[in-house]
Design a protein. Structure first.
Lengths: 330, 374
């Protein structure tokens, strides 16, 4: 704390901060503008549009009455009017979300599909990252490239590939029909499509982490008598847990928002939330469409919050670790 | 203080009971085209502390990992006390392995690191706590059990790694470059500490090093390795004084190397002619002559003994030994001579002085023939 190098470092940093004043403000302005126009305003607008139709209806229905009752001096009762308008807005919002059977089903479907895809991705991601980082085998680099393929392929094409395999005319179509199983137009197809599209997230996050950590600790655990599962649960998982959680959050966000692949697979028979939003929008039901959109956006914001908390928590842990004094060498 | 805790420890757990001899027979191992070990056999006696010494790529770490079961040999056997463990997994061999970079579990504190081996063996909680505390005092880290590896210094990490390896009551303790990642002062302390620790617990131990000083200081026996083969096995004294071949001679400490010839009972090196009765033939043959700097003396007068005339070009007199650099008169060979401080003071040598180098001991190797000592 009182080391002599500290003040000079401080003043140096201050100097660097002062020098490019106008550059700093210009850059901040540009960044804030871009974030506002592209992200902040649209997100706020989604929530606004979800409530606004109900509010407008209220004004439309009650607007004349209000004017005549309170006359020109309506400031006292205008609070009540605002409250009423908001209440109607929210009540319409609620109706749009939960009284519409198809919308309700789409929300439930997304809440099943996304976690299922995430679960499959955790299993695949850990297995793939393990294979790629712990073993050297022919075709290893090809495998690494293949993991990235879903990022490069259009989701619509991914959906079509599933139709090709599981559709009535597909490779397994007949066999599935004989055994009275349905993959497309239902949850299995949606989960498969979503998993395919989000396949790289967990593996991509884990490969560099596992590469950096190396296998030394695992070998040490083996030498101490741990079996495979013990090594996995007590050494590997704790070491990769933050990377894994990060991958899961990204994967979940993408899984909930997936549109193209599930659009092809569902063929309008089993909507998830994004598909439902599109459907309602096409039917010119803006209020319903934005209501579902607001739920999806909320889930995205929860993901973002989880990510921020996660990052803050790891930072705090590291700071605490660093604060403990180190004794002199003995 | 350390001695005390160590003695207490050995009374309490009595590691001697678990000590074992190690026997390796005809081990070979290749990585791709690289022959890491070439038909290596070695016996490590019960309770001894053995150093595997060699340059990088000599196969010493591979041999250690094969002993531990972390690497499998292509052919040959590993036996612990006469019991064949070649096909047994590392975890079943009950060896304590200390890794070069410690490989401490970064998400566990010191206590949990040491306890891990006992936890996976499902030992009782009280037993684990008791033993971890004992080991912590053995390695002098009593107050640091809640620390994480990232909060420890290099020397502390090294001792945690050692305590962790000892926690499973290993039959054999194996250490891969145990002091390699430490700075010079800490390394020196830990070397002596390891030696004392071994004297207390007597677990059969093998450690890998590329530093001959470290091997000589710590080990009972030194195994010199090169290119996947064992060049020589012996006590530090034996290996240093009677190197089996040119590689061992070269590898162990400073040495002046000259290429000369042998003919009719003499070895010729420039103007120097040395008795070499092992080669009585009239036909001359090339030979390598080795002279250690401390086995050479400097004299003002030739005295009729075999000598080389030389000129002093450099004197470095700081420290216990005065290092003198010389150049021979005829063939301009560079020679280094180490004199004791008292001898150096007695002679009062100056730069540029013309003197005679008198070998006290010379080793001549003709086609890797046995050494000849004057």
């Amino acid at each position: 704390m009182h080391s002599p190098s500290k003040p000079s470092g401080e003043s140096l940093r201050r100097g660097l901060r002062e020098e490019p004043g106008w550059v700093k403000w210009t850059l901040i302005l540009i960044a804030v503008s871009i974030v506002s126009v592209l992200i902040l305003i649209p997100v706020i607008h989604v929530f606004y549009s979800a409530i606004a139709p109900g509010v407008e209806d209220y004004w439309y229905e009650h607007g004349g009455d209000v004017a005549t009752e309170s006359g020109a001096t309506g400031s006292a009762s205008s609070d009540g009017n605002w409250f009423g308008a908001l209440r109607q807005g929210f009540s319409a919002y609620y109706d749009n979300l939960f009284l519409d059977v198809k919308t309700r089903q789409s929300i439930v479907r997304t809440l099943i599909v996304a976690p299922s895809a995430v679960l499959l991705n955790i299993v695949f991601g850990i297995a793939a990252a393990w294979a790629v980082t712990r073993f050297r085998f022919p075709g290893r680099t090809v495998l690494i490239s293949l993991i990235d393929l879903p990022f490069a392929i259009s989701p619509v094409v991914a959906g079509l590939m599933l139709v090709l395999i599981f559709g009535a005319q597909g490779y397994f179509g007949e066999w599935l029909q004989e055994h009275n199983m349905q993959v497309l137009f239902g949850l299995p197809g949606l989960i498969l499509a979503t998993t395919f599209v989000t396949l790289p997230f967990v593996a991509r996050e884990l490969i560099p982490v596992m590469e950096a950590i190396g296998s030394d600790e695992e070998v040490a655990a083996v030498s101490l008598g741990a079996n495979g599962w013990q090594v996995f649960w007590h050494i590997t998982i704790p070491n990769i847990k933050w990377g894994l959680l990060y991958g899961v959050i990204l994967c979940n966000a993408r899984a909930m928002g997936e549109f193209g692949a599930v659009y092809v697979v569902s063929a309008n028979r089993a909507d998830t939330m994004p598909l439902r939003i599109n459907q309602l929008f096409m039917e010119s039901n803006d209020a319903g469409s934005f209501a579902v959109a607001s739920v999806l956006t909320s889930l995205a914001l929860v993901s973002l919050l989880a990510k921020v908390i996660l990052e803050r928590k790891t930072r705090k842990q590291m700071a605490e670790a660093a604060r403990m004094e180190i004794p002199a060498e003995v | 203080m350390l001695r005390q805790t160590s003695e207490q420890f050995s009374e309490q757990v009595n590691l001697q009971d678990f000590a074992m001899s190690i026997s390796i027979q005809n081990i070979s191992k290749t990585f791709g085209n690289f022959k890491a070990l070439d038909n290596v056999s070695l016996h490590v006696p019960n309770g001894s502390l053995v150093a595997l010494l060699g340059p990088s790529g000599s196969g010493k770490t591979t041999l250690l990992r094969i002993i531990a079961g972390l690497e499998s040999a292509e052919s040959g056997n590993v036996e612990y006390h006469g019991e064949d463990v070649t096909h047994r997994a590392a975890g079943e061999r009950n060896v304590g392995f200390v890794f070069q970079h410690y490989a401490l579990f970064r998400h566990m504190n010191v206590f949990e690191n040491i306890a891990f081996g006992m936890r996976v063996r499902k030992r009782a909680k009280e037993e684990i706590t008791k033993r971890v505390r004992e080991l912590l005092s053995l390695v002098r880290l009593e107050n640091l059990e809640r620390r994480y590896p990232s909060q420890l210094s290099g020397g502390q990490r090294q001792r945690v790694a050692l305590a962790r390896a000892l926690a499973i009551e290993p039959k054999v303790l194996l250490l891969d470059e145990p002091f390699g990642a430490l700075d010079a002062k800490v390394r020196q302390e830990l070397r002596q500490w390891l030696r004392r620790l071994h004297d207390e617990i007597h677990t059969t131990s093998v450690f890998v090093t590329h530093d001959q000083e470290e091997a000589f200081e710590v080990a009972d026996e030194v195994v010199v390795m090169n290119k996947g083969r064992i060049e020589q096995v012996g006590s530090p004294q034996e290996v240093f004084d009677h190197p089996a071949n040119t590689f061992v001679m070269d590898f162990l400490g400073n040495v002046n190397v000259f290429h000369g010839r042998v003919q009719a009972g003499f070895a010729h090196l420039g103007s120097l002619a040395l008795d070499y009765p092992e080669y009585p033939h009239d036909q001359s043959s090339p030979a390598v002559v080795y002279m250690r700097p401390h086995e050479l003396d400097i004299e003002r007068l030739s005295n009729g003994r075999p000598h080389l005339a030389a000129e002093i070009v450099r004197i470095q007199a700081a420290g216990a030994v005065a290092r003198i650099g010389l150049q021979t008169a005829g063939d301009n060979l560079a020679i280094q001579v180490d004199l004791s401080a008292s001898r150096f003071a007695e002679l009062g040598l100056k730069n540029g002085e013309k003197v005679f180098i008198a070998p006290k001991r010379v080793r001549v190797f003709v086609d890797r023939s046995p050494e000849y000592v004057i």
